[in-house]
Every structure is written in structure tokens, then in C-alpha cells.
Design a protein around this ligand. Sequence first.
Ligand SMILES: [Zn+2]
Ligand SMILES: [Zn+2]
Ligand SMILES: [Zn+2]
Length: 279
Amino acid sequence: MSNQTHCEIHGESDETFVCSHLTGGTAGLGFNRNETSADDPFPDAWCDDCELIREAHGGWNEQSEKLASIRLLCSGCYERARVRNTRTLETLDDLADLRWKCSSCEEWHKGPCLDFGFSSPLYWSAEDESAFENTPPADDAEFPSTFLDEDYCAINNEYFFVRGNIELPIIGTAKTFNWGVWGSLSRDNFAICLRTNDDPKRVELEPMFSWLSSQIDQYPDTRSLKMYAHMQEPGFRPKFELEPTDHPLAQEYYNGISPARVKEIMKAELPDVRVKENS
Ligand SMILES: [Zn+2]
Ligand SMILES: [Zn+2]
Ligand SMILES: [Zn+2]
């Protein structure tokens, strides 16, 4: 058993040790460590500069350790530092020359596209659209039985959804890739969301249980993955926290996605993607 430490963000977590350069919000510095094992899931880690020092001194010893200045980190912060600093063959900068045709405005844009979204939950249908015209609110509700806007959706006063974000950290960077998806809510939580839509205090709401209600075609079945919706300040959509499972989307949520994978998703999701100059 490793020792425990308390972190403001991650609570009680395993103690880990990294070079001082990997603490804070740094990105793209390299992440070197010995192989992980069941006994040691978070081996000591150091940046590429410290790797040069280690090599020059023939390994870790009193001298090289002094130069690297080792710091304590919680295992949650360690994982974040790993994703941000791990080097990838293709970097996000390499995607700067991509040109792509936008599905919303039909214009050509440049650089990586880091945001894809769904305008309605999977369960919304064209019939709901026409039903919306003449559905009065149910007796006890302050919202129509069936409606869809940019953030909220109700169907037959029975199913309720909120639009939010699943943010995937991009490996080797401090940036995230965003899936704008829909998640179900209980009737009570849905009502709370609507009621507190403009209330700055909504950030203090408990995370709300939600089933993912969008099928993202870049993964096997994403319907009904378990999530929690974390409410954000007014004007910002909730962030969805995925249950940690083996599902590829959950894996990317916790371990990040490579810039090469971002490019792959762009090619699959956008009508046209080209490298600059060649057409
Ligand atoms: Zn370092
Ligand atoms: Zn932490
Ligand atoms: Zn556009």
C-alpha cells in the first residue's frame, strides 16, 4: 500500500513523486518513468530535461536527484500531468495546416476542429418536432410536455435531457477536445436545472446522475453510458463526468486522446478535410 495524501481537487489519493517541472499546469515537457505495475501504478516520473540530467549522471543518484528537485503529487494530479506532458509522434501544432469544411456554416476553416456536437438527443424524433406546436405544460410543470431548445429537451413529460460537454484531454497539451452530447435527467433534476439556469449558485448543485443519450459513431455503442452532470456557471453547459469503465470513450475521457486521433475524428465527422495547398 502506498502512502495517502490529501488533495484539494482529488481528495484522499495515493502519494506520487515527480520532478518539479511536471507540477502546475505545464504541458508537452515529456513524461518519463519506469514501467507501471500492479504494485506501483504511479512510478516516479520526470520531464525530458531531467531525463538528460539523469542520463548525464548515469542514472538517479544523489547528484542527479538534487538537480531534478522531486515533488510530492496526488495520484489524480499525477494522471493529469501524465496526459498533459506525454509526447506524441504527431502534435496538435502539426494539425495547424489542416483545412476543413464546416458542417454548420459551410465555410472552410483552418487548424484542428476540437468541438463536435449533437443538436438533439438520440430519442428526439420528427414527430416530437410537430407535437411541440401544441403541447401545453402539464398541470404541475413550468415547462411544456414536449420541447427542444439548444440546451434542454423534454419528451411527453416523461423523458428529460440536458445538453452538456464530455471533455477529452488532448495528450501532450493543456487543451481539451469536446463532444457536445445529451444526457438524461430525472424530472426533479431537470426542473432544478431550468429553474437555476441563470443562478450563479448553480455551480454548488450536487452532480446529477445521467445516462448518455447520444450515439457518437466514432465509438461502439455510447448510448446509456453512466455519467454525472456537473453544473457550471450561467452561460456554460454542464460538464459530464463519465463512469470509469473499459469503454473506449471512458478510456479517452480519463487517458486523453492523441492529436492523431483528433485528425482521425475530423476526417470521419467533417464533410471534407484537406492538408493546406494540395486540393
Ligand atoms: Zn523535470
Ligand atoms: Zn490532486
Ligand atoms: Zn463554421
